[in-house]
Design a binder for this molecule. Structure first.
Ligand code: AMZ
Length: 468
């Protein structure tokens, strides 16, 4: 079982998280309990359990630098299950022991049950309800949520809490319960479900819920665009599909007159993504082969990532507007990080950063200029800015058919929580297989160039490795 299948349980250092993990494992879903962004980022689904007090939980999440990560997971639509406090911290603020700000993904606040509540179910006899609300209670479903499906509305779940959430937007309430007051027992939006009760302590109904969540994660893993990908490259120079050696403009081999035909062939072979570079654009600093790339994007129905000469917001918008699934920024990452932020903000999940390295130092402007910037340092600096993946190219090996630099790729990926596509030097199927084994180390795919054009690698065979 690959580690990337495991459902991530966020460990924010507040104690025992075993019970939810055990329940998921008993249902056949591997789990990974971790407090590291890097490890959790590879999980197809995330559980934020509830242990301890609101303020401590937020403090620890911040200290472990998990807040931006959780924001990303929530924004991305990755399956997410919040339990108890893991529901409450998603909101704007809580009044538990003072006022404390939450993650703020959902608008609303967390309040304490009012003192002196009585049970309306017993007429004539006023029973004061104790705080915390502890024990089994009936939960009415108000939303058809995939994680609640198959469980009858009105099922009983186990609660332990003194505070409850009050969402500003009533349409996110997924289920309701009464305990003195009627309150939201859970909220849902897309693949997010967060509940006040403890499914891991709620016997059959709880296991049914966790089973639904596990299946949602498994499905996500299969569909995950970040699962290991074998990506054929099309580099365009003078309107033709070429390969360079070590990125040198003058050391170019033309492999096809029509890059569009090449793109059709690769997509026809089953490629799940194409990597297209406007080489003239990279040398010149602005798009040169835009029209050809636009036609490629329109002609194939697989995602196409595009780079070379994408140096500002407007050009990024033009490519994305033309249907590119992702744009690749190289020079701009070094020269204009603010522009990168502008682009990632407007287009979250659609920006890759190219780290083209010569002896570990980043090369820009068509790799003509080698900067003093250390690739992994730069990558670390910008990864919080919303880049969805890095593309690491070892320039010395690119086009040379000598095999990738596994060590430098591994070291680069190890230092980051964002997935890394490896490129440069890939020349045999064995290279692809070996990179595939680095998936748990953060390598999310491989870009193949020359080896595919000269017949050393059969694309269909390489793509088979993607699915194994
Ligand atoms: O081969 C080269 N000389 C080359 C190349 N393949 N130079 C740049 N590039 C690619 C990068 C990245 O995908 O790997 O162009 C893109 C970066 O372009 P820019 O214009 O953003 O620096």
């Amino acid at each position: 079982m690959s580690r990337t299948d495991a459902i991530g349980i966020v460990d924010y250092g507040m104690g025992n998280l075993r019970s939810v993990g055990k329940a998921l494992e008993a249902l056949g879903f591997p789990v990974r309990i971790s407090g590291s962004r890097q490890e959790l980022s590879r999980c197809p689904g995330i559980v934020l359990p509830g242990v301890g007090a609101f303020r401590d939980c937020m403090g620890n999440l911040a200290r472990q630098e998990l807040l931006p990560f959780l924001q990303d997971v929530l924004r991305d639509g990755r399956p997410f299950l919040g339990i108890c406090l893991g529901l409450q911290v998603l909101f704007s603020e809580s009044e538990e022991f003072g006022r404390h700000e939450g993650i703020g993904f959902l608008q609303g606040n967390v309040v304490r049950f009012p003192a002196g509540m009585s049970d309306p179910g017993e007429p004539g006899r006023r029973t004061v309800l104790k705080i915390p609300h502890m024990g089994w209670n009936r939960v009415e479903f108000t939303m058809d949520h995939p994680v609640l499906r198959g469980i009858p509305s009105g099922a009983y779940f186990y609660f332990v809490h003194s505070y409850y959430v009050r969402p500003d937007d009533p349409s996110i309430v997924a289920c309701r319960t009464s305990y003195g007051v009627e309150f939201a027992a859970g909220v849902g939006r897309g693949n997010l479900l967060a509940v006040q009760f403890h499914p891991e302590k709620s016997q059959a109904a709880g296991l049914a819920l966790l089973g639904n969540f596990g299946r949602l994660c498994a499905k996500r893993h299969e569909e995950d665009p970040m699962a290991f990908q074998v990506i054929p490259a099309i580099d365009i120079q003078g309107g033709k599909a070429v390969r360079l050696r070590q990125g040198k403009a003058e050391d170019s081999t033309v492999f096809a007159d029509s890059p569009l035909e090449v793109a059709r062939r690769f997509a026809g072979a089953g490629a799940t993504r194409l990597h297209v570079v406007d080489l003239d654009g990279a040398f010149l600093g602005k798009p040169v082969n835009f029209d050809i790339i636009k036609r490629i994007v329109a002609a194939v129905d697989v995602p196409v990532q595009v780079g070379g000469g994408v140096r500002n917001f407007d050009i990024a918008s033009r490519y994305l507007g033309a249907g590119a699934s992702r744009i690749i920024l190289g020079t701009t990452v070094v020269r204009n990080p603010e522009e990168v932020l502008r682009i990632t903000k407007a287009y979250p999940g659609k920006v890759a950063a190219a780290m083209d390295a010569k002896e570990g130092r980043v090369a820009i402007r068509g790799w003509v200029e080698v900067t003093g910037v250390v690739a992994v340092d730069l990558a670390r600096q910008i990864e919080e800015g919303g880049v969805s993946c890095f593309i690491y190219t070892d320039i010395a090996r690119d086009g040379m058919m000598v095999g990738p630099n596994f060590r430098s790729i591994g070291e680069f990926a190890k230092g980051l929580s964002t997935p890394v596509l490896a490129s440069g030097g890939v020349s045999t199927l064995a290279d692809v297989e070996l990179l595939r084994t680095m998936e748990n180390g953060g390598v999310c795919g491989v870009i193949i160039g020359r080896a595919m054009y000269d017949g050393s690698i059969d694309l269909s065979e390489a793509l088979r490795l993607e699915r194994e």
